[in-house]
Write a protein that binds this ligand. Structure first.
Ligand code: CAA
Length: 389
């Protein structure tokens, strides 16, 4: 069967196991994430206890082979879990996403046996948390312009520079750091290095005070003459940029599913509220103005869900998924923004106060259009793919 035919044969029914995993994530979100989510957002408190439990349940190394302490699940299950967690707490779900699809995926697919044994195992079990460090003060979208340097000193690299906007910046123990070794080779002179917290010369900067996903810790990292052993380089010399790009392809599925969850969480709140709130003698759900909003929200969320599942399904089939993951992220993040704004509108004044949750989801939605590649970057990736076909 060729690729085009397979696209048409995407199978829609979830397996029993996938439904069970989805339900487990839904229950976890209701019972463990919902209590305290407003307080964590307000005080920028990292969900330590909740992340520990997610690790114990196998949600931090979902797609990793059980021989490396993972759960051995597929990417479709990962999308289902990300949606459920993100409906309630996008700060917790971004930790899950980065650990699973950037850090664990990167190490399992491109690391060597030593790296998998030493670093992947504790990350997949949730004993440790990982961070993916690509962005810099002057290299966000333009990721080939890395200023952080990793000079080859024989048996180690001397790492110097600053990384910005790092999710899990202070809570991580293991950092995958992208750095330039040979400027004359441009992106082919970039390496991906595993850096451990506590290495001499490595310091974590202050936590950013953010608009949304305030419970997650986003920090700058400073590297001053950090000696990183050669054995900590992922892949061949100069593989770092491709490593980052390949890893981000899967990361974008996770963030697309996060955006989907933020949208569907806000939609469910708005739907329920519309059936309770009365105005002009009937529930607001009986007014066509609200019905039209709900119809658009439901339709767009369904389309976003299909894109997320398709990207995950392609990944599970071992088929190319760069275009699909960028489409899913581009569209789902737009839907997250639009749906959350409408959910606040449906709630009226109540939507503007914290107790009703939708204002937080609206603030959380914005970052899904920015991190792991802005919407403009997704369009670049999609346009290149469609033009090359
Ligand atoms: N897979 C494999 N290789 C790839 C690739 C992919 N998906 N995309 C690019 N490459 C390769 C190219 O083939 C090329 O290699 P060769 O020259 O050897 O063929 C090399 O990488 C450079 O590619 P381009 O010339 O296409 O590079 P570019 O400078 O034009 O930019 C880009 C490409 C798509 C814009 C890229 O820079 C990009 O994705 N930028 C956004 C970065 C990003 O997403 N940052 C997010 C930070 S992580 C984060 O947010 C995590 C978090 O905390 C939540």
């Amino acid at each position: 069967m060729d690729k085009v035919n397979l696209d048409f044969y995407m199978y829609f029914e979830l397996s029993e196991e996938q439904v069970m995993i989805q339900q487990a994530a839904r229950d976890f979100a209701q019972n463990e994430l919902k209590p305290g989510v407003i307080e964590r957002d307000e005080h920028q408190k990292f969900p330590h206890e909740q992340i520990k439990k997610l690790g114990e349940l196998g949600f931090l190394g979902m797609m990793v082979d059980p021989k490396y302490n993972g759960s051995g699940l597929d990417a479709v299950s990962y999308v289902l879990v990300m949606e459920e967690l993100s409906k309630i707490d996008a700060s917790a779900s971004v930790v899950v996403s980065v650990n699973n699809s950037l850090v664990c995926y990167g190490l399992e697919n491109y690391g060597n046996d030593f790296q998998k044994e030493k670093y992947l195992k504790p990350l997949a079990s949730g004993e440790k948390i990982g961070a993916f460090c690509l962005s810099e003060p002057e290299a966000g979208s333009d990721a080939t312009s890395q200023k952080t340097s990793a000079i080859d000193m024989g048996d180690y690299y001397l790492l110097n520079g600053v990384k910005n906007w790092i999710t899990n910046g202070s809570t991580a123990s293991t950092y995958l750091v992208i750095a330039q070794t040979d400027t004359s080779k441009r992106h082919r002179g970039i390496n991906a290095l595993i850096v451990e917290k506590g290495m001499e010369g490595f310091t974590v900067g202050a936590k950013e005070n953010k608009l949304g996903i305030r419970g997650s810790d986003t920090c700058s990292l400073m590297f001053t003459d950090v000696k990183v052993p050669k054995e900590n380089r992922i892949g061949e010399e100069g593989f770092g940029f491709k490593f980052a790009m390949k890893t981000l392809e899967g990361g974008r599925i996770g963030i697309a599913a996060q955006a989907l969850g933020i949208a569907s969480g806000a939609y469910e709140l708005a739907l329920n509220y519309s059936k309770e709130r009365k105005a002009f003698g009937k529930t607001i759900s009986e007014h066509q103005a609200i019905q039209f909003k709900l119809a658009d929200m439901a339709t767009e969320i369904e389309a976003a869900r299909m894109l997320c599942l398709k990207a995950a399904w392609l990944k599970d089939q071992g088929l190319p998924y760069a275009q699909a993951s960028s489409m899913a992220k581009l569209y789902a993040s737009q839907v997250a923004m639009k749906t959350t704004v409408e959910a606040v509108q449906i709630h009226g004044g109540y939507g503007f106060v914290k107790e009703y949750h939708v204002e937080r989801l609206m603030r959380d939605a914005k970052i899904t259009q920015i991190y792991e590649g802005t919407s403009e970057i997704q369009r670049i990736v999609i346009a290149r793919e469609v033009l090359s076909q």
